[in-house]
Design a protein around this ligand. Structure first.
Ligand code: NAP
Length: 257
C-alpha cells in the first residue's frame, strides 16, 4: 500500500529538514502535513502544509489520522517530548497507520568531559549543590519548577530559553531569550561573562546546541546531563533525515507493510 498523506509531528530542526526534503519532487502525489504543538510564540515554520495545536490526546490524534486519511506518521518531535511520542504510538496502533520515530543520536562524552548523569530534571536539581554555584541552565523554560525549591536558593541561574519563563522558576535567575544554533565563541563568552561553574542540559543530541558542551569541556566545568526517555516499545527508529526518507520510500514502494 503506497503512502499518500504523511503526518510529520514536528517542532525540531530535523522535522523542518524532513518537510523541506519532501517539499516537491521526487515525491509526486505525496501530501505532507507538519504538526506543531504551538508552544513558542514565533515558531520556525517548515515548508508545506502546517497545522498547529494539540490533537486532544490519543483519541484526538487517531481521529485526525482517520479524518485526514493520513497513512503514515513520522514522529520527528524532540527526544524529550515524551507524551506526544507515546500518543503517536498508541494512535498509530489503533488506526493501523505505520509510524517511524526520527531520533537524532544522543551526545557522547569525550575523554575530558566531566559529565554527571541525571534521570530527570529533579535529579539534576539534586546534584547541583555539590557541583557549583553559578548554573547555566539550558533545559528550556518548561520544567524550571524543578530548580525553584529552597534547597537551591543559594545558587544563581543563567536560564536560556526561546520564550520568557514563567513562575515557578529559580529564585536568583538571569534570562537570555535565544534560539539555537549557537556558536562555540558565543558559548565560551557566555560561560566567561557569567562566571558559570556548572552547566545543565538535556541529552538533546545534534549539532545546533552542542557547542556549550565543548565550551564546558575547555573550561573544565562539570555538566549535568539529563538522560532521554525511551522511544515507545515497538516503534521503528531512524537516526537522521536520510534514514526517514529511506523508510518512507520503502513504504511508498509497497515493500513494507
Ligand atoms: P509533550 O509533553 O510530549 O506533549 C504534550 C502535548 O502537547 C501532547 O500531548 C500534544 O497535545 C501536544 N503536542 C506536542 N507536540 C505536538 C506536535 N508536534 N503537534 C501537535 N501537538 C503536539 O511535548 P513537549 O515536550 O511539550 O514539546 C512540545 C513541542 O516542542 C514538540 O513539538 C517538541 O518537538 C518541541 N520541543 C520540545 C522540546 C523539549 O525539550 N521537550 C525541545 C525542543 C522542541 P494533545 O495531547 O492535545 O495532542
Amino acid at each position: 500500500m503506497t503512502v499518500r498523506h504523511l503526518l510529520i509531528l514536528g517542532g525540531t530542526t530535523e522535522a523542518r529538514r524532513l518537510a523541506a526534503a519532501l517539499d516537491g519532487e521526487p515525491w509526486p502525489g505525496l501530501r505532507v502535513t507538519s504538526s506543531l504543538a504551538g508552544r513558542v510564540t514565533r515558531p520556525s515554520l517548515p515548508p508545506g502544509e502546517v497545522r498547529v495545536g494539540g490533537f486532544g490526546g490519543v483519541d484526538g490524534l487517531a481521529r485526525w489520522l482517520r479524518e485526514h486519511e493520513a497513512d503514515a506518521v513520522i514522529d520527528a518531535t524532540h527526544p524529550f517530548a515524551r507524551q506526544i511520542s507515546f500518543h503517536a504510538a498508541l494512535a498509530a496502533a489503533a488506526t493501523h497507520v505505520p509510524l517511524l520515530a526520527l531520533r537524532r543520536p544522543g551526545w557522547v562524552a569525550a575523554e575530558d568531559d566531566r559529565w554527571h548523569d541525571a534521570a530527570s530534571l529533579e535529579d539534576a536539581a539534586a546534584l547541583l549543590p555539590g557541583l557549583g554555584h553559578r548554573v547555566f541552565l539550558t533545559t528550556g523554560r518548561l520544567g524550571l519548577a524543578a530548580f525553584a525549591g529552597p534547597a537551591l536558593h543559594g545558587l544563581s541561574f543563567l536560564v536560556r530559553s526561546v520564550d520568557a519563563p514563567e513562575p515557578p522558576h529559580p529564585e536568583r535567575m538571569t534570562v537570555i531569550l535565544d534560539r539555537g544554533p549557537f556558536t562555540l565563541e558565543g558559548e565560551r563568552a557566555l560561560l566567561r561573562e557569567h562566571r558559570i561553574d556548572v552547566l545543565v542540559t538535556k541529552d538533546s543530541g545534534g549539532d545546533a546546541t552542542a557547542a556549550k558542551l565543548t565550551a564546558a569541556r575547555e573550561a573544565g566545568i562539570p555538566v549535568v546531563v539529563v538522560r532521554r526517555p525511551p522511544v515507545p516499545e515497538g516503534v521503528a527508529v531512524a537516526a537522521d533525515v536520510p534514514g526517514a526518507l529511506a523508510w518512507l520510500a520503502e513504504r511508498r514502494a509497497g515493500r513494507l507493510t
